[in-house]
Write a protein that binds this ligand. Structure first.
Ligand code: SAM
Length: 284
Protein backbone atom coordinates (compact mmCIF):
# COMPACT_ATOMS: atom_id res chain seq x y z
CA UNK A 1 0.00 0.00 0.00
CA UNK A 2 1.32 3.46 -0.79
CA UNK A 3 0.31 6.46 1.29
CA UNK A 4 0.96 9.90 -0.13
CA UNK A 5 0.22 13.06 1.88
CA UNK A 6 -0.59 16.31 0.13
CA UNK A 7 -1.81 19.71 1.30
CA UNK A 8 -5.43 18.51 1.00
CA UNK A 9 -6.68 14.92 1.27
CA UNK A 10 -4.52 11.81 1.11
CA UNK A 11 -3.91 9.39 -1.75
CA UNK A 12 -3.68 5.69 -0.91
CA UNK A 13 -3.43 2.56 -2.97
CA UNK A 14 -5.33 -0.38 -1.55
CA UNK A 15 -5.24 -3.86 -3.03
CA UNK A 16 -7.32 -5.97 -0.65
CA UNK A 17 -11.09 -6.21 -0.25
CA UNK A 18 -10.52 -6.97 3.43
CA UNK A 19 -8.65 -3.69 4.07
CA UNK A 20 -10.37 -1.98 7.07
CA UNK A 21 -11.00 1.23 5.08
CA UNK A 22 -12.80 -0.76 2.39
CA UNK A 23 -14.72 -2.74 5.01
CA UNK A 24 -15.87 0.54 6.51
CA UNK A 25 -16.96 1.89 3.11
CA UNK A 26 -18.89 -1.33 2.43
CA UNK A 27 -20.90 -0.69 5.61
CA UNK A 28 -22.45 2.28 3.76
CA UNK A 29 -24.89 -0.21 2.27
CA UNK A 30 -26.56 -0.06 5.71
CA UNK A 31 -28.86 2.88 6.41
CA UNK A 32 -27.65 3.16 10.01
CA UNK A 33 -24.03 3.52 8.94
CA UNK A 34 -24.98 6.13 6.32
CA UNK A 35 -26.75 8.11 9.03
CA UNK A 36 -23.97 7.71 11.62
CA UNK A 37 -21.28 8.81 9.17
CA UNK A 38 -23.55 11.30 7.34
CA UNK A 39 -22.30 9.79 4.06
CA UNK A 40 -23.53 8.06 0.94
CA UNK A 41 -22.16 6.52 -2.25
CA UNK A 42 -22.56 7.89 -5.78
CA UNK A 43 -21.19 6.19 -8.89
CA UNK A 44 -19.77 7.57 -12.13
CA UNK A 45 -17.36 10.27 -13.22
CA UNK A 46 -19.84 12.78 -14.73
CA UNK A 47 -22.18 12.54 -11.79
CA UNK A 48 -19.34 13.10 -9.31
CA UNK A 49 -18.02 16.12 -11.22
CA UNK A 50 -21.56 17.61 -11.42
CA UNK A 51 -22.00 17.05 -7.67
CA UNK A 52 -18.74 18.82 -6.79
CA UNK A 53 -19.67 21.64 -9.19
CA UNK A 54 -22.99 22.07 -7.37
CA UNK A 55 -21.27 22.39 -4.00
CA UNK A 56 -21.68 18.89 -2.52
CA UNK A 57 -18.85 17.80 -0.23
CA UNK A 58 -16.84 14.87 -1.58
CA UNK A 59 -15.26 12.96 1.33
CA UNK A 60 -13.57 10.10 -0.52
CA UNK A 61 -12.95 9.33 -4.18
CA UNK A 62 -12.21 5.75 -5.27
CA UNK A 63 -11.06 4.82 -8.72
CA UNK A 64 -9.92 1.67 -10.48
CA UNK A 65 -6.13 1.18 -10.61
CA UNK A 66 -6.59 0.19 -14.27
CA UNK A 67 -7.67 3.82 -14.99
CA UNK A 68 -4.83 5.59 -13.20
CA UNK A 69 -3.41 6.90 -16.49
CA UNK A 70 -6.75 8.24 -17.72
CA UNK A 71 -6.49 12.05 -17.91
CA UNK A 72 -10.08 12.67 -16.77
CA UNK A 73 -9.57 10.42 -13.77
CA UNK A 74 -6.26 12.11 -12.96
CA UNK A 75 -7.88 15.57 -13.16
CA UNK A 76 -10.75 14.51 -10.93
CA UNK A 77 -8.36 12.92 -8.40
CA UNK A 78 -6.30 16.13 -8.27
CA UNK A 79 -9.45 18.17 -7.77
CA UNK A 80 -10.64 15.80 -5.04
CA UNK A 81 -7.37 15.92 -3.08
CA UNK A 82 -7.14 19.69 -3.43
CA UNK A 83 -10.68 19.94 -2.08
CA UNK A 84 -9.69 17.89 0.98
CA UNK A 85 -11.05 14.46 -0.03
CA UNK A 86 -9.10 11.23 0.36
CA UNK A 87 -8.40 9.36 -2.87
CA UNK A 88 -8.24 5.57 -2.92
CA UNK A 89 -6.79 3.68 -5.88
CA UNK A 90 -8.29 0.19 -5.83
CA UNK A 91 -8.69 -2.93 -7.98
CA UNK A 92 -11.93 -3.11 -10.00
CA UNK A 93 -13.11 -5.99 -7.82
CA UNK A 94 -13.09 -3.70 -4.79
CA UNK A 95 -15.38 -1.24 -6.63
CA UNK A 96 -17.59 -4.23 -7.47
CA UNK A 97 -17.94 -5.22 -3.80
CA UNK A 98 -18.65 -1.64 -2.71
CA UNK A 99 -21.33 -1.04 -5.33
CA UNK A 100 -22.52 -4.68 -5.48
CA UNK A 101 -22.18 -4.67 -9.25
CA UNK A 102 -20.53 -7.12 -11.64
CA UNK A 103 -19.57 -4.28 -13.96
CA UNK A 104 -18.94 -1.37 -11.60
CA UNK A 105 -18.31 2.21 -12.63
CA UNK A 106 -14.59 2.98 -12.59
CA UNK A 107 -15.04 5.98 -10.31
CA UNK A 108 -17.03 6.05 -7.07
CA UNK A 109 -17.53 8.99 -4.70
CA UNK A 110 -18.49 9.14 -1.05
CA UNK A 111 -20.36 12.35 -0.34
CA UNK A 112 -21.72 14.10 2.72
CA UNK A 113 -25.53 13.84 2.98
CA UNK A 114 -27.68 16.98 2.80
CA UNK A 115 -31.19 17.04 4.28
CA UNK A 116 -33.42 20.05 4.87
CA UNK A 117 -35.78 20.61 7.74
CA UNK A 118 -39.09 22.47 7.50
CA UNK A 119 -37.51 25.88 8.00
CA UNK A 120 -35.33 25.29 4.92
CA UNK A 121 -38.40 25.15 2.66
CA UNK A 122 -39.28 28.63 1.48
CA UNK A 123 -41.81 28.38 -1.35
CA UNK A 124 -42.40 31.43 -3.51
CA UNK A 125 -43.99 32.37 -6.85
CA UNK A 126 -44.99 29.14 -8.67
CA UNK A 127 -42.64 26.78 -6.81
CA UNK A 128 -43.68 23.14 -6.67
CA UNK A 129 -42.78 20.81 -3.79
CA UNK A 130 -43.74 17.14 -3.70
CA UNK A 131 -44.63 15.43 -0.42
CA UNK A 132 -44.26 11.64 -0.39
CA UNK A 133 -46.20 9.91 2.35
CA UNK A 134 -44.26 6.89 3.76
CA UNK A 135 -42.76 6.02 0.37
CA UNK A 136 -41.27 2.50 0.58
CA UNK A 137 -39.72 1.69 -2.76
CA UNK A 138 -36.18 3.02 -3.49
CA UNK A 139 -36.74 2.79 -7.26
CA UNK A 140 -39.95 4.84 -6.99
CA UNK A 141 -38.20 7.49 -4.90
CA UNK A 142 -35.24 7.74 -7.29
CA UNK A 143 -37.56 7.96 -10.30
CA UNK A 144 -39.66 10.67 -8.64
CA UNK A 145 -36.53 12.71 -7.81
CA UNK A 146 -35.37 12.43 -11.41
CA UNK A 147 -38.80 13.51 -12.70
CA UNK A 148 -39.01 16.34 -10.15
CA UNK A 149 -35.66 17.59 -11.45
CA UNK A 150 -36.81 17.30 -15.09
CA UNK A 151 -39.95 19.39 -14.55
CA UNK A 152 -38.21 22.01 -12.43
CA UNK A 153 -39.87 21.19 -9.09
CA UNK A 154 -38.12 22.76 -6.10
CA UNK A 155 -37.84 19.76 -3.80
CA UNK A 156 -39.16 16.63 -2.15
CA UNK A 157 -40.56 16.27 1.35
CA UNK A 158 -40.39 12.78 2.83
CA UNK A 159 -43.23 12.30 5.29
CA UNK A 160 -43.04 9.74 8.13
CA UNK A 161 -41.04 6.50 7.90
CA UNK A 162 -39.73 6.28 4.35
CA UNK A 163 -37.09 4.55 2.28
CA UNK A 164 -33.69 6.27 2.47
CA UNK A 165 -33.02 8.82 -0.32
CA UNK A 166 -29.29 8.07 0.11
CA UNK A 167 -29.52 4.30 -0.41
CA UNK A 168 -27.27 3.31 -3.31
CA UNK A 169 -30.27 1.92 -5.26
CA UNK A 170 -32.17 5.20 -4.87
CA UNK A 171 -29.17 7.35 -5.78
CA UNK A 172 -28.64 5.18 -8.88
CA UNK A 173 -32.30 5.58 -9.91
CA UNK A 174 -32.05 9.38 -9.62
CA UNK A 175 -29.42 9.37 -12.40
CA UNK A 176 -27.71 12.35 -10.74
CA UNK A 177 -30.83 14.27 -9.71
CA UNK A 178 -30.04 13.46 -6.05
CA UNK A 179 -27.58 16.35 -6.35
CA UNK A 180 -30.13 18.73 -7.91
CA UNK A 181 -33.29 18.21 -5.87
CA UNK A 182 -33.30 19.21 -2.19
CA UNK A 183 -34.85 16.65 0.14
CA UNK A 184 -36.52 17.36 3.47
CA UNK A 185 -37.65 14.81 6.04
CA UNK A 186 -40.63 15.55 8.32
CA UNK A 187 -42.66 13.47 10.75
CA UNK A 188 -46.38 13.21 9.95
CA UNK A 189 -47.51 15.65 12.66
CA UNK A 190 -44.81 18.14 11.69
CA UNK A 191 -45.80 17.84 8.04
CA UNK A 192 -49.48 18.41 8.78
CA UNK A 193 -48.56 21.57 10.62
CA UNK A 194 -46.31 22.62 7.75
CA UNK A 195 -49.02 21.93 5.13
CA UNK A 196 -51.63 23.90 7.10
CA UNK A 197 -49.32 26.92 6.90
CA UNK A 198 -48.50 26.47 3.20
CA UNK A 199 -48.94 29.79 1.45
CA UNK A 200 -50.41 28.39 -1.76
CA UNK A 201 -52.25 25.37 -3.16
CA UNK A 202 -52.17 22.07 -1.23
CA UNK A 203 -53.35 19.32 -3.56
CA UNK A 204 -53.55 15.60 -2.81
CA UNK A 205 -53.72 12.69 -5.23
CA UNK A 206 -56.35 10.11 -4.37
CA UNK A 207 -58.16 7.31 -6.14
CA UNK A 208 -61.38 8.74 -4.69
CA UNK A 209 -60.49 12.29 -5.74
CA UNK A 210 -63.50 14.11 -7.14
CA UNK A 211 -61.54 16.39 -9.49
CA UNK A 212 -59.71 15.44 -12.68
CA UNK A 213 -55.99 16.23 -12.24
CA UNK A 214 -56.19 18.59 -15.25
CA UNK A 215 -58.97 20.71 -13.73
CA UNK A 216 -57.27 22.86 -11.04
CA UNK A 217 -55.51 26.12 -11.77
CA UNK A 218 -51.90 25.44 -10.76
CA UNK A 219 -50.29 28.67 -11.92
CA UNK A 220 -49.97 31.84 -9.88
CA UNK A 221 -49.09 30.36 -6.46
CA UNK A 222 -46.80 27.70 -4.93
CA UNK A 223 -48.12 24.13 -5.13
CA UNK A 224 -47.62 21.38 -2.56
CA UNK A 225 -48.45 18.08 -4.28
CA UNK A 226 -49.08 15.20 -1.84
CA UNK A 227 -48.70 11.59 -2.99
CA UNK A 228 -49.92 8.60 -0.96
CA UNK A 229 -48.14 5.45 0.18
CA UNK A 230 -47.71 2.64 -2.37
CA UNK A 231 -49.86 0.15 -0.45
CA UNK A 232 -52.38 2.15 1.53
CA UNK A 233 -52.62 5.52 -0.22
CA UNK A 234 -53.00 8.73 1.76
CA UNK A 235 -54.27 8.52 5.38
CA UNK A 236 -57.22 10.71 6.54
CA UNK A 237 -55.08 13.27 8.45
CA UNK A 238 -53.20 14.07 5.22
CA UNK A 239 -56.40 14.09 3.18
CA UNK A 240 -57.75 16.70 5.61
CA UNK A 241 -54.97 19.23 4.88
CA UNK A 242 -55.63 19.16 1.11
CA UNK A 243 -57.52 22.01 -0.49
CA UNK A 244 -58.43 19.65 -3.33
CA UNK A 245 -58.08 15.91 -4.10
CA UNK A 246 -57.27 15.12 -7.70
CA UNK A 247 -57.64 11.85 -9.58
CA UNK A 248 -56.01 10.59 -12.77
CA UNK A 249 -58.74 8.90 -14.82
CA UNK A 250 -58.30 5.19 -15.44
CA UNK A 251 -60.08 2.65 -17.63
CA UNK A 252 -59.22 -1.04 -17.68
CA UNK A 253 -58.53 -3.44 -14.84
CA UNK A 254 -55.66 -1.75 -12.97
CA UNK A 255 -56.68 -0.60 -9.46
CA UNK A 256 -54.25 2.29 -9.50
CA UNK A 257 -51.16 3.66 -11.19
CA UNK A 258 -47.63 3.07 -9.92
CA UNK A 259 -46.72 5.89 -7.52
CA UNK A 260 -43.81 7.21 -9.61
CA UNK A 261 -45.92 7.18 -12.78
CA UNK A 262 -48.81 8.97 -11.05
CA UNK A 263 -46.37 11.57 -9.70
CA UNK A 264 -44.94 12.12 -13.19
CA UNK A 265 -48.36 12.52 -14.79
CA UNK A 266 -49.44 15.06 -12.16
CA UNK A 267 -46.15 16.96 -12.20
CA UNK A 268 -46.33 17.55 -15.95
CA UNK A 269 -49.81 19.01 -15.48
CA UNK A 270 -48.87 21.10 -12.44
CA UNK A 271 -45.85 22.48 -14.34
CA UNK A 272 -47.47 22.60 -17.81
CA UNK A 273 -47.76 26.38 -17.90
CA UNK A 274 -44.21 27.00 -16.63
CA UNK A 275 -42.63 24.35 -18.89
CA UNK A 276 -44.31 25.77 -21.98
CA UNK A 277 -42.88 29.19 -21.13
CA UNK A 278 -39.40 27.87 -20.33
CA UNK A 279 -39.30 25.90 -23.56
CA UNK A 280 -40.30 28.96 -25.60
CA UNK A 281 -37.66 31.06 -23.83
CA UNK A 282 -34.91 28.53 -24.46
CA UNK A 283 -35.72 28.56 -28.21
CA UNK A 284 -35.33 32.37 -28.44
N1 SAM B 1 -54.27 0.95 -2.68
C1 SAM B 1 -53.85 2.32 -2.68
C2 SAM B 1 -55.03 3.25 -2.49
O1 SAM B 1 -56.14 2.75 -2.31
O2 SAM B 1 -54.87 4.46 -2.49
C3 SAM B 1 -53.13 2.57 -3.99
C4 SAM B 1 -52.02 3.47 -3.80
S1 SAM B 1 -51.25 3.97 -5.30
C5 SAM B 1 -50.35 2.60 -5.80
C6 SAM B 1 -50.04 5.05 -4.65
C7 SAM B 1 -50.33 6.49 -4.82
O3 SAM B 1 -50.22 6.84 -6.20
C8 SAM B 1 -51.70 6.96 -4.42
O4 SAM B 1 -51.82 7.19 -3.04
C9 SAM B 1 -51.80 8.25 -5.20
O5 SAM B 1 -51.02 9.26 -4.58
C10 SAM B 1 -51.13 7.88 -6.51
N2 SAM B 1 -52.08 7.37 -7.51
C11 SAM B 1 -52.01 6.20 -8.15
N3 SAM B 1 -53.01 6.10 -9.06
C12 SAM B 1 -53.70 7.26 -9.00
C13 SAM B 1 -54.83 7.79 -9.70
N4 SAM B 1 -55.46 7.10 -10.65
N5 SAM B 1 -55.26 9.02 -9.38
C14 SAM B 1 -54.64 9.75 -8.42
N6 SAM B 1 -53.58 9.30 -7.73
C15 SAM B 1 -53.10 8.08 -8.01
Amino acid sequence: MSDEHTNGGRIKEITSVSNPIIKDIRLLEKKRHREETNSFIAEGMKLIIDAIDSGWTLKTLLFAASHRENDNVKNLATRAVTGGADVLIVPEKVLGTITRRDNPQMVVGIFERQLLNASGIKPEAEDVWIALDRIRDPGNLGTIMRTADAVGAKGIILVGETTDPFATETVRATMGSIFAIPVARLGEAEFIDFAKNWNGFVVGTHLAGSVDYRAPQYSGRPTLLIMGNEQSGMPPPLVDVCEQLIRIPQVGRADSLNLAIATGVCLYEVRRHALALEERESRI
